[in-house]
Write a new protein. Structure first.
Length: 117
């Protein structure tokens, strides 16, 4: 983001957007976990490997819970509380994520696509 002009956003909108990002991340992690689990079950009977794969489930659950917290917090913040988005997004290297968090309409990458830094 350019630091030439200061852009402000209601904190509640930012928290809501972060919550939405966490929700989408949790969904993607669940899909990834399902795929990896199926592959591992077919490839190995090693319970240690399968237990390590379950760590994805914990990460997915963590992201889902963070989404809930952020979305609930967003509705608690007065709408007049604003944040300077240039400062918030400084150093965020994923440009599409930075645009989405700033409220600009930017679609998430389609599954299989990568975002180059």
């Amino acid at each position: 983001m350019s630091s030439a002009t200061a852009m402000y956003m209601p904190l509640s909108d930012l928290l809501s957007q972060i919550g939405s990002e966490f929700s989408i991340l949790a969904e993607e992690l669940e899909q990834l976990q399902d795929s990896i689990s199926d592959l591992l079950l077919a490839a190995t009977a090693d319970h240690a490997v399968l237990e390590q794969a379950q760590s994805l489930d914990r990460v997915q659950q963590h992201a889902a819970q963070l989404a809930k917290v952020m979305l609930r917090a967003a509705v608690q913040i007065p709408s007049d509380q604003e944040v300077k988005m240039n400062a918030v997004l400084d150093g965020v290297s994923l440009s599409a994520l930075a645009r989405r968090l700033s409220g600009l309409n930017c679609e998430r990458a389609v599954s299989g696509e990568i975002e180059l830094l």
